[in-house]
Design a protein around this ligand. Structure first.
Ligand SMILES: *Cc1c(COP(=O)(O)O)cnc(C)c1O
Length: 395
């Protein structure tokens, strides 16, 4: 294990806690990203794909009926309208283009529920780059349709049969692959997590969400919103919309999954909320806030929304929470489900269960005044993928 220089960190969080063999790969990636991120040709090509392939800019929609119901003026940032149905493609397009600029010929990734793997497969196909996705063998059975989606788009899905046959085993296998094939292969991470430069790089690729929101708010309201609310798993849709507002007088709310708080105690309910209830520790190559017991063992998180089910959180969010720049908060499964139905009925929009956590927080908090008069909710994705789950829950 190697410690890192200061520039890889957000306060005491972040860094590069990886085996020595991976350090050259991270150094190369950092160097290449720094080299290309302000390159006009790189950005022109990325913007082309974001516009004509992904469908950007996404709409900022004044949800009039939901506003009336919740008692606060609500705008929805419609990442659910992006190709693939979520914000994830913003990141995979950026990393796929970088793969091309680095002269690498292969992308690998790991996926749990299959959302990130699908976004990798889309970007891999669009750029004609061979894409291989590691997935726990159990997850390949549970998420059969996403496996099929990836295969339709030419990606190879590799079932991982070791350990618990889920996401963490898929991560181990992908790491092993990267170490062996680093000359030819880029490892595509799906959120603002992992060792430097991933948290900063993924944030930059996702910050197109916040940049557009700024421009669109100025057009609509002639001013910035009082608050922005985003759900947080690893934290990429939250960092993406927050980042261009960090220096502004806008309150930022990061809503984590509180799990099934109706059946357990409130303390246990926090078991999916790393920012609210996590302790400082190292997870997947970075120092951050991690759900762990007093012996440092990682706790199982649990949420109705697969995308929020992560024991850690991006290191920059951990830092921003510590200095008081963002407000960590949470919604329970039951609250998210109620908000899911609210958006369906009042606005004709079916949100992802992840995004429903953000909506639910606005419902709870609007009356207290903490969100101000005008708020923006980041609708990180659409809910078609969640219908089976919603159907299975008795309301
Ligand atoms: C993956 C996913 C999330 C959680 O990931 P973040 O990195 O925290 O944004 C949230 N919403 C949707 C729709 C997702 O697919």
């Amino acid at each position: 294990m190697k410690q890192e220089s200061r520039s890889t960190k957000f306060g005491k969080y972040g860094g590069q806690f990886v085996p020595e063999v991976l350090m050259p790969a991270l150094e190369e990636l950092t160097e290449q990203y720094e080299k290309h991120k302000d390159d006009p040709a790189f950005n022109e090509e990325l913007n082309y794909y974001l516009r004509d392939f992904a469908g950007r800019p996404s709409a900022l929609y004044h949800a009039k009926r939901l506003s009336k119901e919740y008692g606060i003026k609500i705008y929805l940032k419609r990442e659910d309208l992006i190709h693939g149905g979520a914000h994830k493609l913003n990141n995979t397009l950026g990393q796929a283009l970088l793969t091309k600029y680095m002269g690498k010929e292969r992308i690998i990734a790991e996926t749990g529920a299959g959302q990130h793997g699908t976004a990798c497969a889309m970007a891999g196909a669009a750029f004609g780059i061979r894409t291989e996705v590691y997935m726990g063998a159990k997850d390949t059975v549970r998420q059969r349709m996403n496996v099929y989606r990836m295969e339709l788009m030419g990606a190879k899905v590799i079932p991982v049969k070791s350990g618990s046959q889920t996401l963490k085993d898929a991560i181990n296998e992908a790491m092993r692959d990267w170490v062996t094939n680093v000359e030819t292969t880029h490892y595509m991470l799906g959120s603002v997590v992992g060792p430097h430069p991933y948290p900063a790089m993924v944030r930059d690729f996702q910050s197109v969400i916040g940049k557009e929101t700024r421009t669109q708010m100025m057009e609509r309201e002639g001013r910035l919103p009082d608050s922005i609310v985003a759900c947080t798993g690893g934290g990429s849709n939250a960092m993406g919309i927050f980042y261009p507002f960090l220096e502004e007088d806008v309150d930022l709310f990061s809503v984590e999954a509180g799990g099934n708080g109706l059946k357990t105690t409130e303390k246990e309910a926090l078991h999916s909320a790393s920012l609210c209830a996590g302790q400082e520790g190292v997870l997947h190559g970075a120092r951050t806030k991690v759900l762990q017991n007093k012996y440092g063992q990682i706790l199982e998180s649990s949420s109705i929304a697969a995308g929020l089910d992560y024991a850690g959180v991006g290191p920059e969010l951990a830092y921003l929470a510590d200095i008081g720049r963002i407000m960590p908060c949470y919604s329970l499964d039951s609250e998210a489900l109620e908000a899911f139905h609210d958006l369906c009925r009042f606005e004709g929009i079916i949100p992802a269960l992840e995004s429903s956590h953000a909506i639910a927080y606005v419902k709870k908090a609007a009356a207290s005044g903490e969100l101000g008069d005008v708020t923006v909710i980041n609708i990180s994705g659409r809910g078609d993928k969640d219908l089976e789950t919603v159907l299975g829950v008795k309301q």
